[in-house]
Design a protein around this ligand. Structure first.
Ligand code: SF4
Ligand code: SF4
Length: 275
């Protein structure tokens, strides 16, 4: 995102709108975008209204009114001079908007936002089978974000545990070596609001994977959230909860998919349910 110095009048309305704190008022009393911190989510551009007043005269009027202790301050959701200007993004910076702008569709999966339907569609996609655990690990959050160099550290650690990364996931599509968990080098310095890494393991491998995530999370400059799911057996029992309880996690069923959707994976036709 760019802010035109010619148009901006320094009203600061756009500053609190940015979820990454990337917009600041500079020494020239005009707004500017910290390009390292900006994740190209376009929240500022989409979230504000615009008027098309000329920058120069408005700046002059604001200075004059200040002298007589009056203010020209536009409504808080308004940029009076349409100074916010989205850039035409090129590779690799375009990766930022693909993961951070909910209006952008991921090319690899055809899905908006973080680009994955996640394991919650398992009743029809059959990503996770009986005896397996599906992991959803989210890196970053609004206000924090994550660089792909940190995601790379984590995916390499997970690959060391022998996990199978989900193919229908945009982070997997950006790996140059999915076996080693390596993310392609040209995007390691790109920052996004958040991204989701998905993979599965055998149930007996869950403790090792949890320990690996805990250990690597301490070395990352971001926040990490984790979800685990599995399929119930034919009696509706959930074998994952016992595994998690043994590891000291107080787990409960957060969501149960009943399998009422149309199967999209022929292998999954059967009676298994997912918790
Ligand atoms: S809202 Fe517009 S005029 Fe006001 S500081 Fe931001 S970019 Fe400048
Ligand atoms: S595009 Fe997003 S991160 Fe960048 S300045 Fe605008 S709101 Fe902030």
């Amino acid at each position: 995102m760019n802010i035109s110095k010619k148009k901006c009048v320094g009203c600061a309305n756009c500053v609190p709108v940015c979820p990454m704190g990337a917009i600041v008022i500079g020494p020239d009393l005009l707004a500017e975008v910290n390009r390292e911190a900006c994740v190209e989510c376009h929240t500022c551009y989409r979230g504000m209204s615009f008027e098309h007043l000329p920058g120069g005269p408005v700046r002059w009027a604001r200075r004059l009114l200040k002298k007589i202790r009056l203010r020209f301050q536009p409504d808080p959701d308004l940029c009076p001079t349409e100074a916010l200007e989205p850039e035409k993004l090129a590779w690799p910076r375009i990766v930022r908007s693909a993961f951070s702008d909910p209006m952008v569709t991921h090319e690899s999966t055809g899905i908006h936002g973080r680009g994955t339907a996640e394991v919650k569609t398992n009743d029809v996609t059959n990503r996770v089978g009986t005896g397996e655990a599906g992991f959803v690990v989210e890196f970053g959050r609004p206000g924090v974000g994550v660089f792909f160099r940190d995601v790379d550290k984590a995916t390499r650690a997970l690959a060391g545990q022998g996990v199978a990364f989900e193919k229908e996931n945009p982070v997997t599509s950006l790996m140059s070596d999915a076996g080693a968990g390596g993310i392609r080098e040209d995007i390691l310095d790109e920052k996004v609001l958040s991204c989701i890494v998905e993979f599965k393991t055998r149930l007996e491998e869950v403790p090792g994977v949890l320990s690996a995530i805990k250990a690597v999370a301490k070395t990352l400059d971001t926040v990490v959230s984790l979800g685990v799911s599995t399929r119930c057996d034919s009696d509706g029992n959930d074998p994952l909860r016992a595994v998690l309880a043994k590891e000291g996690y107080d787990a409960w069923r957060a969501k149960v998919n009943l399998g009422l959707g149309r199967q999209s994976n022929a292998k999954s036709r059967g009676t298994e349910r997912q918790a």
